[in-house]
Design a protein around this ligand. Structure first.
Ligand code: NAD
Length: 453
């Protein structure tokens, strides 16, 4: 029996003992997970530094603090979420008891990506524990050190049979995918998303796919351009552009293009100095393969800002591309790197059709002081989310579902949405055995007399 098979079998056996279900046990495990995040901050930070060149403040800001507050929220609300949910009755069901009872699904598989390795594995794990499931966690092999910390230290805090960590690469993930699960949460690129869904179909296992894509950003000429540019610059170059919800490209009217470039250039200097390469808060492309992929995208576009790179260090400067055409290389796939193409369009109508001619993105960003314009973007486009006048921050709002639509994914999570996604919402109807007379009509023979005609 393979290591992967063994972990899944053990998790299944542990789930069948029933110990993941009592609310006190779920809360105890969640508290232990919180303790892990606090007590092992140093190990987490060291691994993130080695894997992603991320600073200690960066890892707290973008990953662990959000996880801690998610755990607090879940602990506070769990009793309410797990309780029976009464539903509306009609004349025929007046004397019945009708409710929805969330129940655990069983064993959940969580497959994580490398770019925010803690957030993309621990948010689903929190949801799985809260909903009373067992969960097998498979961190990305790209973050070797982080995966090692998860594998070695999580079992010290959590029930290791119910919530095992399985490390490894494609072979191990594929071996896991051959096993039977009750739900799979996958975060990563759309190509592997298809592999995951195909494997899940063999067992009729439902999936949540958290994918990526090109998230557009429309900057209206009627807005505070310096503030808009500051927020977009932050959203784009955080983690060196390797953020699933990074604004991928900017759409704006030609009349404001130069102003946008100038303002963003100022922000790049302010955030990362004139020499981002030696500035500690500016990241690196994760590996050489991605470095070459991202750099090749600049070939047929005009560089307005940045453009320098160093392969030995996987460094690409914060770069802005001007007058980018729809058929240029950088517009063909998700960039996932520090390039910001500006595509000039003649007004909102053209921007909306540009967006609608492409795959549905994970987010659409719009910057404007005109509420009607923002409403029009919401009404006339489709995407996982819309964020007006800021970047990235909707991710941390646990009362909003986080997820994609179409090519950017399916299903959603965060807060109560994770709980519901990883529960079966079971219909419960309890009828009294009395009042049998009322049922006469439904039993054969179906005569007109019974209907009183
Ligand atoms: P990755 O290379 O770490 O892969 C993700 C997981 O898939 C890993 O655990 C890996 O083992 C597994 N995997 C890779 N190839 C496989 C194969 N052939 N068969 C089975 N499993 C395989 O991460 P990535 O895909 O490079 O991640 C970047 C992508 O993820 C981007 O598109 C980004 O937009 C997206 N992303 C989305 C979200 C979100 O919440 N929607 C968050 C982060 C990243």
């Amino acid at each position: 029996m393979s290591r992967e098979q063994l972990a899944v079998e053990r998790a299944r056996r542990a789930f069948c003992t029933g110990r993941s279900k009592p609310l006190e046990n779920r809360i105890r495990q969640l508290n232990n997970l919180r303790r892990f995040l606090v007590e092992r901050q140093a190990e987490i930070a060291e691994a993130s530094k080695k894997d992603l060149n991320r600073s200690e403040v960066g890892i707290q800001l973008f990953e662990t603090l959000g996880l801690e507050s998610e755990i607090q929220l879940v602990i506070r609300k769990l009793k309410q979420w797990a309780a029976p949910r009464p539903v509306e009755k009609n004349l025929l069901t007046l004397s019945d008891t009708l409710y929805i009872q969330p129940e655990p699904l069983g064993v959940v598989l969580v497959i994580g990506a490398w770019n925010y390795p803690w957030a993309v594995t621990m948010f689903p794990l929190i949801g799985a524990i809260a909903a009373g499931n067992a969960a097998v966690v498979k961190p990305s092999e790209v973050c070797v050190h982080t995966a090692k910390v998860m594998e070695e230290l999580l079992p010290v805090y959590l029930d290791k049979e119910l919530y095992p960590v399985v490390t490894g690469g494609v072979t191990e993930t594929q071996e896991l995918l051959r096993q039977r699960f009750d739900h799979i949460v996958y975060t990563g690129n759309s190509m592997v998303g298809r592999i995951v869904m195909e494997a899940a179909a063999k067992h009729l296992t439902p999936v949540t796919l958290e994918l990526g894509g090109k998230s557009p950003c429309y900057i209206d000429k009627h807005c505070d351009i310096p503030v808009a540019c500051r927020r977009v610059t932050w959203g784009k170059y955080t983690n060196c552009g390797q953020t699933c919800i990074a604004p991928d490209y900017v759409l704006c009217e030609p009349s404001i293009q130069e102003r946008v470039i100038e303002e963003m250039k100022k922000c790049i200097q302010e955030f990362y100095t004139d020499d981002p390469k030696s500035f500690p808060d500016y990241g690196r492309i994760i590996n050489e393969r991605h470095f070459k992929r991202v750099l090749a995208m600049t070939e047929d576009s005009a560089v307005a800002v940045g453009g320098d790179s160093d392969q030995t260090d996987c460094y690409i400067a914060p770069t802005i591309l001007r007058d980018v055409k729809a058929d240029s290389k950088v517009m063909q796939e998700e960039i996932f790197g520090p390039l910001l193409p500006i595509v000039p369009v003649n007004g909102l109508g053209e921007a909306i059709s540009f967006i609608n001619q492409r795959e549905k993105p994970l987010v659409i960003y719009v910057f404007s002081t005109d509420d009607k314009l923002i409403k029009r973007v919401i009404e006339e486009t489709s995407s996982g989310a819309v964020l007006a006048n800021d970047c990235l921050v909707h991710y941390s709002v646990s009362s909003l579902p986080f997820g994609g639509v179409g090519n950017s994914g399916m299903g959603c999570y965060h807060g109560k949405f994770s709980f519901d996604q990883l529960s079966h919402l079971r219909s419960c109807m309890v009828k009294p055995l009395k009042n049998e007379g009322l049922n006469n009509m439904r039993y054969p023979p179906h005569t007109l007399k019974k209907l009183g005609w």
